[in-house]
Design a binder for this molecule. Structure first.
Ligand SMILES: Nc1nc2c(ncn2[C@@H]2O[C@H](COP(=O)(O)OP(=O)(O)OP(=O)(O)O)[C@@H](O)[C@H]2O)c(=O)[nH]1
Ligand SMILES: [Mg+2]
Ligand SMILES: [Zn+2]
Length: 420
C-alpha cells in the first residue's frame, strides 16, 4: 500500500526547498481556513453534498481516482477499537449487532432510555445523511441516518466521514431513523482528491475488492486512453481491474472487438464482452461479480446501470439515453449507490466520469504502469529513456514493429505530456 507521501518529490535545491516551505505554510493556512469554514457550515446544514456526477466532470479535470490508505488510518482504527471496547466492555462490535439482530443497551443513550444498536452497510451517502442497510439480505431494511456529531467533526483528511460501502454501527431512534455511531475499520478505500478542497480527499467507495472498467463499443465510442487511465488508477490503488466492453450488439463483428482488446488480453486483464440489450455476456459478468464488492466506473452512457439492471431486473436503477450535449433530460446516475446482489456480492454503480487526471504520478513512474513498455525499455540505449524522441529507443522500435499497440503508446505519450 502506497502512502500519499510517496508521491511528493524530494526538493533538489535551496530554491526548491524554500518554495516547498512557502507552499507548506500557505497550505497550512488554507487548511486552517477550511477547517473553520467547515465547522461553521457544520450546523445545521452538515457537510456539503458531494456529487461527482456529470455536473462535476469539468471541474474534475485535474483529479485522480486513486486509493491510498491515509496516514492516520492506523490511528483511527486504534481509537475506534478502544472506543468500542470501552462501550461494549471488551467486545469490539456487539456480536448480535454483527448478525444484524437488535441488541439492547440499557442506559447507553444520553437520556438513559433503552436504545437499539445495529450493524449496517452504507448504501448511499449525501448531504451529511446516509442510507444504511441494517437488515440481512432477505429483509434489506434501509434506514436514513444522520452522523454522530463527533464523526463529522473528526479530522480525517477526507471530505466525507462516511462513504458508500462503509460498515457502520447505527443507533436507531425508534421512529424509523437512526444515527451512525461508528465507522468500522475499512478494508480498502477508493478515493480521489476533492474537486473543491484540494487538500482533502473524497472517498468514493470503501471496502471495494475490484474495479470494473465499463466502456461501450459505440455510443459513446470506445475510448482506449480512458481505459488506460483507469487501469493506472486501479494499479495505484492495488485494486484488481476488469474490462467490460458493452453494447456489443453495435459491433459489426466480434473480430474487430477482439483485435482492439488484444493488448489487454495479452497483459492478462480479463475482458468481458457484453450487451445489456441482448443479454450477451451477462451470465459471465454475473459470475465475475459473485462474492465481491465491485465498483463500476466508466464514461457516462456506456451502460453501467443498464448492465446491473440486466443482472437484476428488479433493481430499478436510473438509466438514460445519450441525448444532447448538455445532458438535459437525461436520467443518469448522479451519486454512487451500493446495490447488494447477494450476501457478500455488492456492486457500486457510479456516475460517469468524463476526465481522469493522474495527479501525483511522476513521469519516471509512468512506464511501470505499462508493463509492455517497461519490458521493451530494457533495450533502450539510454537508461533514463523517456521513449518520446530519444535515439535508439527500443520502445518506439517495438511500436513500429507492431509489438506494442499504437493505442497503448499513444496513451503513454498523452499522459506523459501532462505529468510534471
Ligand atoms: N444498444 C445498446 N444500448 C445500450 C446497451 N446498454 C445500455 N444501452 C443504452 O445506453 C444508454 C445509457 O445507459 P446507462 O445504463 O444509463 O449508462 P450509464 O453508464 O449508467 O450512464 P451514467 O449513469 O450517465 O454514468 C441507455 O439508453 C441504454 O438503454 C447495450 O448493450 N446496447
Ligand atoms: Mg448510470
Ligand atoms: Zn526508450
Amino acid at each position: 500500500m502506497k502512502s500519499g507521501s510517496n508521491y511528493l518529490r524530494k526538493p533538489k535545491t535551496d530554491v526548491d526547498r524554500a518554495l516547498k516551505n512557502m507552499e507548506k505554510s500557505k497550505r497550512r493556512r488554507q487548511i486552517e481556513a477550511e477547517r473553520k469554514k467547515f465547522r461553521r457550515n457544520q450546523q445545521p446544514k452538515g457537510p456539503r453534498r458531494k456529487s461527482w456526477g456529470v455536473e462535476d466532470a469539468d471541474e474534475a479535470d485535474l483529479t485522480a481516482f486513486e486509493r491510498i490508505m491515509p496516514r492516520d488510518e492506523g490511528e483511527r482504527r486504534r481509537m475506534l477499537e478502544q472506543a468500542a471496547q470501552a462501550r461494549n466492555g471488551g467486545a469490539q462490535v456487539d456480536e448480535q449487532a454483527e448478525d444484524g439482530a437488535p441488541s439492547r443497551k440499557p442506559g447507553a443513550s444520553p437520556n438513559g432510555a433503552d436504545t437499539v444498536v445495529r450493524a449496517g452497510l452504507v448504501v448511499e451517502f449525501g448531504s451529511g445523511l446516509c442510507r444504511v442497510d441494517i437488515g440481512g439480505e432477505a429483509e434489506g431494511e434501509v434506514v436514513l441516518c444522520s452522523l454522530r456529531g463527533a464523526l463529522a467533526e473528526q479530522e480525517s483528511g477526507f471530505t466525507n466521514p462516511v462513504a458508500v460501502g462503509d460498515r457502520v454501527t447505527v443507533r436507531l431512534d425508534g421512529a424509523g431513523g437512526g444515527v451512525v455511531e461508528e465507522v468500522l475499520p475499512r478494508r480498502s478505500l477508493l478515493a480521489r482528491p476533492d474537486v473543491f478542497k484540494a487538500h482533502l480527499r473524497q472517498i468514493l467507495v470503501a471496502n471495494a475488492d475490484q474495479l470494473l472498467i465499463v466502456a461501450s463499443w459505440r455510443e459513446p465510442a470506445l475510448w482506449l486512453e480512458l481505459i488506460d487511465r483507469y487501469l493506472i488508477a486501479a494499479a495505484r490503488g492495488d485494486l484488481p481491474a476488469l474490462l467490460c466492453i458493452n453494447k456489443l450488439d453495435l459491433a459489426t463483428g466480434l473480430g474487430e472487438v477482439q483485435e482492439t482488446l488484444a493488448p489487454y488480453t495479452a497483459l492478462g486483464i480479463p475482458c468481458l464482452l457484453t450487451s445489456a440489450e441482448t443479454g450477451e455476456g451477462i451470465a459471465e459478468l454475473r459470475a465475475r461479480l459473485q462474492g465481491r464488492t465491485t465498483v463500476l466506473a466508466g464514461l457516462s452512457g456506456v451502460g453501467k446501470s443498464s448492465l446491473l439492471q440486466a443482472i437484476r431486473p428488479e433493481l430499478n436503477l436510473r438509466t438514460g439515453a445519450v441525448s444532447d450535449r448538455r445532458h438535459e433530460g437525461r436520467h443518469t446516475t448522479t451519486q454512487a449507490v451500493l446495490v447488494q446482489l447477494g450476501e457478500s456480492t455488492n456492486v457500486v454503480d457510479t456516475p460517469g466520469i468524463r476526465e481522469f487526471g493522474l495527479a501525483g504520478l511522476g513521469r519516471s513512474e509512468l512506464s511501470g504502469f505499462f508493463p509492455e513498455i517497461a519490458a521493451a525499455a530494457e533495450g533502450c540505449r539510454f537508461r533514463n529513456c523517456a521513449h518520446i524522441d530519444e535515439p535508439q529507443c527500443a520502445v518506439r522500435a517495438a511500436v513500429r514493429r507492431g509489438r506494442i499497440a499504437q493505442s497503448r503508446y499513444h496513451s503513454y505519450r498523452q499522459i506523459y505530456a501532462e505529468l510534471a
